[in-house]
Design a protein around this ligand. Structure first.
Ligand code: HEC
Ligand code: HEC
Ligand code: HEC
Ligand code: HEC
Ligand code: HEC
Length: 483
C-alpha cells in the first residue's frame, strides 16, 4: 500500500466515525483549547509579565475544562451515532469490534495512541499548573477581590508578605490538598452567589499546626533574652503632647537550664497548656490546664466556669496552645485608630505640629462610612476643611503638611476598615499584649485559680520590666544612646 492509500484509508475511517456534530464539536473544542493552552504556556515562559488573576481563572481552570469536555464528547458522539444507526437498521459503523484485519484500524489505533499521549501530557501540565496557580498568593488574595481584600491588604503590609497563603493555610500532603480544593470550590460558589459570611470567620481550627508552619522558619530554640519595646503615644490636646513607654519584654525561650519567659513557659517539647474557650473567637477562656515542671497537671478555672450550664460546656472548644493562640494576627494584623495614628506620627509620616491632629484624625477614622470609596473621598477633604476653618493661618502656611496628613489618615482607614466585608475597627482583636484587646489577660487576669489556691501569674513583672511609663523624655533612652 502506498502512502496515498494509507492516508485515504485513515481519513475514510475518521470521516465515517466523525460524521456527527458531537464528535466534531468535541474535536474542535479540544484542538482549539489545546492550541491556546500551549501558546499561553509558551508566552508564560518567554514573557515576564504577571497574569491578571481573572485571566488566570480562564487559563488555568476554564480552558483545561473545555479541553477535557471536548475529549469526552468525541467518543460519546461516536457511541450515539452507532446506536442511532443500529436502531434505524442502517449498516453498522466500522470498528464495531476492534478488528485488526480491517484496513486502517491498526494505523488509526497508532494515531489515537499518539494523540492520547499528547492529550495526557497536556492535561497533566494543565492540572499541575492549575493547582500551582490556585495556591498562589495572587489567586487567594485577589481573585475574590472584595472577599479577601482585608486579609490580602494586611498580609501585603506584614513581615510575612513573602510567605505563601497556602504555607499557613493548607496542610501537607494529598488529603489536605483535596480537602482544601473541595472547600475552595464551595467557596467559589459562595462568592458567585454572594452567600459568604461577612466578615470571614477566623479559621484557627483549619490552619496547619504551628509545628509545620511557624516553626519551619522560627525555631523555638532561637528565642532567648528580652525584647526592648519603645512606644510613643500622643495626647488629644492642641499640642499632641507625646509620652513614651519603654518596656523590656521577657520573651524568653529555651536555655541550657530549661525554659523561661513568654516563649519558654507556654511551649515545650512536652505539651504544656491546653484551654477551654466558650466563644468562637477564643476570647473567653474560663479553664486552663497546665503541666508544671514536675509533670503534674494543674487545672485553673474561673468562678464563671463553675456556673456554666451543661449545654454551654458541650459547645465549648478545647485547644492545645500553640503559636497562633498569642500570634493570632501574625500577618493579617488590623490596627485600632489610636495606635495607628500614634505610630504614623511617631514615625514622622505626619506632623505633630498640626494642632489637635491626633484628636481630629482619630475622630475622622471612627466615623461610619458606607464603603471605602466614600471614606477615601471624605477623609482628606474633611481634615483640610477643619484646618481651613479652625486654623486658617496654619492652613495657609502649612498646606503641604495638612494634605500629607489627610492622605496618611485616609491610608490608615483603607488599610484597616472594610465596610463591604463588615470588617470594622476591632473585628479581629490581636491577642498580643493587653492594651487593645484582652490578649494575655484572657488567662493572666488573676482570677484563674487552682484547687490548691494558686493562680496564673498576673503581676506586672511577670512578662515585662517597665523601664519608663508615659514619660515625656525617658532617661533610659538617653542612657541607651537612643535619643
Ligand atoms: C504567616 C501565616 C499566614 C499567612 C502567610 C497567611 N495567613 Fe491567613 N491567617 C493566618 C492565621 C494565623 C489566621 C487565623 C487568625 C485567627 O484565627 O484569629 C488567618 C486567617 C485568615 C482568614 C480568616 C479571616 C481572618 O482575618 O481571621 C482569611 C480569609 C485568610 N487568613 C486569608 C489569607 C490569604 C488570602 C493569605 C495570602 C494572601 C493568607 N491568609 C496568608 C495566618 C496566615
Ligand atoms: C516561610 C517562613 C516563615 C513562616 C512559615 C512564618 N514566618 Fe514569621 N517571619 C518570617 C520572616 C522572614 C519574618 C520577618 C523577620 C524580620 O522582618 O526581621 C517573620 C517575622 C515574624 C514575627 C515578627 C513580626 C514583627 O512585627 O516583627 C512574628 C511574631 C512571626 N513572624 C510569627 C510567625 C508565626 C506565628 C508564624 C506561623 C503562623 C510564622 N511567623 C510563620 C518568616 C516566616
Ligand atoms: C504566650 C504567648 C506567645 C506564644 C505562645 C508565642 N509567642 Fe511569639 N511572641 C509573643 C510576644 C508577647 C512577643 C513580643 C511581641 C512584640 O514584639 O510586641 C513575641 C515575639 C515573637 C517574635 C518576634 C521576636 C523578636 O525578637 O522580635 C517571633 C518571631 C515569634 N514571637 C514567633 C513565635 C512562634 C514561632 C511561636 C510558636 C512556636 C510563638 N511565637 C509563640 C508571645 C507568644
Ligand atoms: C490560654 C491561657 C494563656 C494565655 C492566653 C497566655 N498565657 Fe502565659 N501562661 C499560662 C499558664 C497556664 C502559665 C503557667 C502557669 C504560671 O506560671 O502561672 C503561663 C506562664 C506564663 C509566663 C511565665 C510565668 C512564670 O512565672 O514563669 C509568662 C512570662 C507568660 N505566661 C506570658 C504570657 C504572655 C505575654 C501572654 C500573652 C501574649 C500569655 N502569657 C498568654 C497561660 C496563658
Ligand atoms: C501575661 C503577661 C503580662 C502581664 C501580667 C502584664 N503585661 Fe503589660 N504587656 C504585656 C505584653 C506582651 C505587652 C506588649 C504588647 C505589645 O507589644 O503591644 C505589654 C505592654 C504593656 C504596656 C505598653 C502598652 C502600650 O501600648 O502602651 C504597658 C504600659 C503595660 N504592659 C503595663 C502593664 C501593667 C501595669 C501590668 C500589671 C497590671 C501589666 N502590664 C501586666 C504582657 C503583660
Amino acid at each position: 500500500m502506498n502512502l496515498g492509500e494509507r492516508v485515504r484509508d485513515l481519513t475514510r475511517l475518521a470521516f465515517q466515525l466523525g460524521n456527527n456534530w458531537m464528535t466534531l464539536a468535541g474535536a474542535a473544542l479540544t484542538t482549539s483549547s489545546a492550541f491556546v493552552l500551549i501558546w499561553f504556556w509558551f508566552m508564560e515562559i518567554t514573557s515576564p509579565r504577571q497574569i491578571h488573576p481573572y485571566a488566570g481563572i480562564l487559563l488555568f481552570l476554564i480552558l483545561p475544562a473545555l479541553f477535557l469536555i471536548g475529549l469526552v464528547l468525541i467518543p460519546v458522539g461516536i457511541l450515539r451515532l452507532r446506536r442511532k444507526r443500529r436502531l434505524a437498521g442502517e449498516p453498522a459503523l466500522p470498528l464495531q469490534a476492534v478488528d485488526f484485519k480491517q484496513p486502517g484500524v491498526r494505523r488509526l489505533l497508532t494515531v489515537v495512541g499518539i494523540l492520547t499521549f499528547i492529550n495526557v501530557s497536556i492535561m497533566g501540565t494543565a492540572g499541575m499548573k492549575g493547582v500551582e496557580y490556585m495556591d498562589s498568593n495572587r489567586f487567594c488574595g485577589l481573585t475574590c477581590h472584595t472577599v479577601m481584600s482585608p486579609e490580602y491588604t494586611a498580609f501585603m503590609d506584614s513581615p510575612h508578605s513573602r510567605v505563601g497563603c497556602a504555607q499557613c493555610h493548607i496542610g501537607h500532603g494529598a488529603p489536605a490538598l483535596v480537602k482544601a480544593k473541595i472547600s475552595g470550590t464551595r467557596q467559589l460558589f459562595a462568592v458567585a452567589f454572594g452567600t459568604y459570611s461577612r466578615p470571614i470567620p477566623s479559621p484557627v481550627e483549619h490552619l496547619r499546626p504551628a509545628r509545620e508552619t511557624c516553626e519551619q522558619c522560627h525555631w523555638p530554640q532561637k528565642f532567648t533574652d528580652d525584647k526592648l519595646i519603645v512606644r510613643t503615644k500622643y495626647a488629644e490636646d492642641e499640642a499632641n503632647t507625646p509620652s513614651t513607654t519603654v518596656l523590656l519584654l521577657k520573651i524568653g525561650g529555651h536555655t541550657p537550664n530549661g525554659t523561661t519567659g513568654i516563649h519558654g513557659r507556654h511551649l515545650d517539647a512536652m505539651e504544656r497548656i491546653s484551654y477551654v474557650s466558650t466563644d468562637r473567637r477564643r476570647q473567653d477562656i474560663p479553664k486552663v490546664t497546665y503541666r508544671d515542671d514536675q509533670g503534674q497537671l494543674v487545672e485553673y478555672v474561673t468562678e464563671d466556669y463553675k456556673k456554666l450550664s451543661k449545654e454551654k460546656l458541650a459547645e465549648a472548644i478545647t485547644r492545645k496552645m500553640d503559636c497562633v493562640d498569642c500570634h493570632n494576627r501574625p500577618t493579617h494584623a488590623f490596627e485600632l485608630p489610636d495606635r495607628a495614628v500614634d505610630k504614623a506620627i511617631s514615625k514622622g509620616r505626619m506632623s505633630a505640629e498640626l494642632p489637635f491632629l491626633k484628636k481630629k484624625a482619630v475622630e475622622l477614622l471612627k466615623l461610619d462610612y458606607p464603603d471605602q470609596k466614600t471614606a477615601a473621598a471624605k477623609i482628606p477633604v474633611d481634615l483640610a476643611e477643619y484646618y481651613r476653618t479652625a486654623y486658617p493661618e496654619i492652613y495657609k502656611h502649612k498646606r503641604a503638611q495638612v494634605d500629607t496628613a489627610g492622605e496618611v489618615v485616609k491610608a490608615i482607614y483603607l488599610r484597616n476598615v472594610f465596610p463591604e466585608m463588615k470588617l470594622m475597627w476591632g473585628t479581629h482583636p490581636n491577642n498580643i499584649g493587653h492594651e487593645e484587646a484582652v490578649g494575655c489577660f484572657r488567662c493572666h487576669d488573676g482570677s484563674h485559680t487552682a484547687a490548691d489556691g494558686r493562680s496564673i501569674a498576673s503581676d506586672c513583672s511577670t512578662c515585662h520590666t517597665i523601664l519608663a511609663q508615659d514619660e515625656k523624655d525617658p532617661k533610659v533612652l538617653k542612657d541607651l544612646g537612643m535619643k
